[in-house]
Design a protein around this ligand. Sequence first.
Ligand code: AMP
Length: 224
Amino acid sequence: MRLVLLGAPGAGKGTQAKLLEKVLGLKHISMGDILREEMKNNTPLGQEVKKYVESGGLVPDEVVTKIIELKLTDKNFAGQGYLLDGFPRTASQAEDLDKIVTSVAQPFDYVVYMEVDSEVVIQRLTGRRVCRSCGALFHTTNMPSKQEGVCDSCGGELYQRPDDNEETIRKRINVYLESTAPIIDYYKAKGLLLAVDGNQEAGKLKDELLEIFKKDGKIDSHQI
Ligand code: AMP
């Protein structure tokens, strides 16, 4: 199965992707994670995108689209189910993604749109903590780690993303409303949109999605 996860920053795309990845064996492709990894390794691409990511702006379309194109058209990737998290984020990216999936004859099954209230977004993002080693996600109040600052899964150090401060969060929400929200209608018109309530607890939403996938015949009962 091939899915696109759409929603505001803090809608829970990354958390949901990690849950579904485990149950369905899908590959989680997070554009934000890819860009942060390049920045961490100080590659030329990392240096190029740093100013956009840190300020909460969008990296130019051609840069992110190239990354996705290389991944999805890689021969070794053919037939692999995946979850696209954080791409597309603009109308132009959505149109290019259509061309890419058409060129490899592997259209996606759903665009899961996670609707979420703005107070929930601020609360989730300001409390979010990420493991530096394995990328596991925690929250200071919603999902605290057993030991403060230490990852439950691998013992790595937890940190707060520099763009998870209130000022940058507000900018990211504005960027989302201006550039990303319009593509909801684009996918609705194509009959691909699956709108769900992103305010609910992540495990509950995962179960709801699995039920829908099962009902639509996309997965077998033994998979869940
Ligand atoms: P995320 O981890 O999804 O919140 O993304 C973090 C940041 O990476 C965003 O605020 C953007 O600066 C950049 N980014 C991620 N995905 C994209 C995309 N599809 N287009 C442009 N910039 C992106």
